[in-house]
Design a protein around this ligand. Structure first.
Ligand SMILES: [Fe+2]
Length: 446
């Protein structure tokens, strides 16, 4: 009862949160009050922490920044902020709360991303055309839903299905935290001044990467997939055996200096290194370097603005085609996702993740298996044997994307630390490179 009372206090406190850009200081102190009002290890605390973290990522943005869509893969920041909120409204409040009042039913169509089983949706490439709802209205929407959600969590927490659904919503929000940063990076990159998204990032360390080595990985019949009863996405299951050939895997990620050698060896002009589709796209699009490198190959655009190219830091914003061509040029190959997972299985989950506050890859001190960049694997993104999608509309989250995409592993410098698991699989089309995507090598032992 006391716990419920404390959480209700939190709901009351959240009702007074303004969340409007430009009011960061007042907001921070009110958020502290909210966080102090709930038990640290409760579901409510986790909800408040992750929801606040999302808004905090945007604290240096101005209202104009929230609206722009610089390409079809990018969504405006305000759309992300509203869509993750809609997820709780549509899949939790609508299912579990009898007294919930919809904020604005017209938002249902605009904020549905790809859940065809529940209805239609506004065209993704046109999200940047919507000036309404305004940023202020989106923040008010977040408050409205947060208030109702905290009341509901106080009432229902402990119900296994309910708690699982909240975890789905929070994991979904963390995925969009990453997208908010990678999308705004693209938005700012099209401005020739290369403005700074966040002036408070930690400057990258000035250090040498350790030498790149190949290390033996486990072989024979090995198990991969999520291990225990803790939360995971449906695509991480079931844990299952795979037959792994003798192989070696790179001791760290490939860095900018090594990728520069590849460019200077005229690799972008050598058709022998490229898949047919890769050769077609680099010629059609005129690609000759990673997405955010300056033409002079001496600087790159980062979330901290324009920075001198750090030759020791992992190369990032490369497509699968570029990763494949680099590996071929280097006399190696990309690891399969099973090889990657077996290497990662021996490591603690730590690295240069979102909370490290670099928001760009940095020179290695260890294996870099977690954080820095999502690592392209040679594996197509497919269901594991015996895969069962989540029931209902949420089953659309993963299963229907299992065609023509590649699995990427390990998270990036903008992935929330508690979002990472060894078994997490993400996926992108081979030509995509606006995410933090990079390269680890592997090779056959024989
Ligand atoms: Fe989403």
């Amino acid at each position: 009862m006391r716990l419920i009372k404390r959480i209700l206090t939190t709901a009351e406190a959240l009702r007074s949160l303004s969340g409007i850009p430009g009011q960061d200081i007042q907001m921070a102190s009110r958020k502290d009050a909210v966080q102090a009002a709930v038990p640290a290890d409760s579901l409510a605390a986790r909800y408040v922490h992750i929801r606040n973290a999302t808004v905090d990522l945007c604290k240096h943005l101005e209202p104009e920044d929230y609206v722009v869509q610089s390409m079809p893969d990018v969504s405006p920041t305000k759309w992300h902020l509203a869509h993750v909120t809609w997820f709780f409204e549509r899949f939790v409040l609508r299912e579990y709360s009898k007294k919930y009042n919809w904020f604005d039913e017209d938002l249902d169509y605009v904020l549905n991303s790809y859940f065809y089983t529940i209805g239609g949706m506004y065209a993704r490439p046109n999200r940047g055309l919507l000036t309404r709802p305004t940023v202020k209205e989106v923040m008010a929407y977040r408050e409205h839903v947060d208030s109702a959600m905290l009341d509901l969590i106080a009432e229902k927490s402990g119900d296994k299905d309910f708690d699982f659904l909240i975890e789905v919503g929070l994991s979904h929000e963390q995925q969009h935290q990453e997208l908010i940063l990678t999308d705004i990076k693209h938005v700012f990159s099209v401005n020739p001044a290369w403005p700074t998204v966040n002036p408070e990032l930690t400057p990258p360390p000035d250090r040498e990467s350790p030498p790149h080595e190949f290390r033996d990985g486990p072989s024979g019949i090995q198990e991969i997939g999520h291990k225990d009863d803790s939360y995971c996405f449906d695509n991480e299951l079931p844990r299952h055996p795979e037959l792994i050939a003798e192989h070696q895997i790179g001791s760290r990620l490939i860095n900018n200096g090594e990728y520069l050698d590849f460019i200077r060896d005229d690799a972008y002009s050598d058709p022998k290194l490229w898949h047919s589709d890769g050769w077609a796209i680099i010629n059609r699009e005129g690609w000759s370097r990673p997405l955010y490198w300056a033409e002079g190959l001496d600087a790159e655009f980062t979330l901290g603005g324009k920075r001198e190219l750090d030759l020791q830091a992992p190369v990032t914003h490369v497509s699968y085609y570029e990763a494949y061509a680099y590996a071929k040029w280097a006399g190696a190959r990309l690891p399969s996702e099973a090889e990657w997972e077996l290497a990662a299985d021996e490591e603690k989950i730590s690295g240069n993740l979102q909370e490290s506050n670099y928001w760009q890859p940095i020179a290695a001190t260890g294996s870099q298996l977690f954080g820095d960049v999502w690592e392209w694997t040679s594996s197509a993104y497919l269901p594991y044997p015996g895969f069962v999608p989540l029931p209902g509309a949420l089953g659309e989250s993963n299963a229907k994307f299992m065609s023509n995409q590649m699995s990427v592993r390990g998270g990036s410098c903008v992935t929330a630390t508690d979002h990472m698991r060894t078994s997490v699989r993400s996926f992108f089309y081979p030509h995509q490179r606006w995410q933090f995507l990079g390269i680890r090598l592997a090779k056959d032992s024989r």
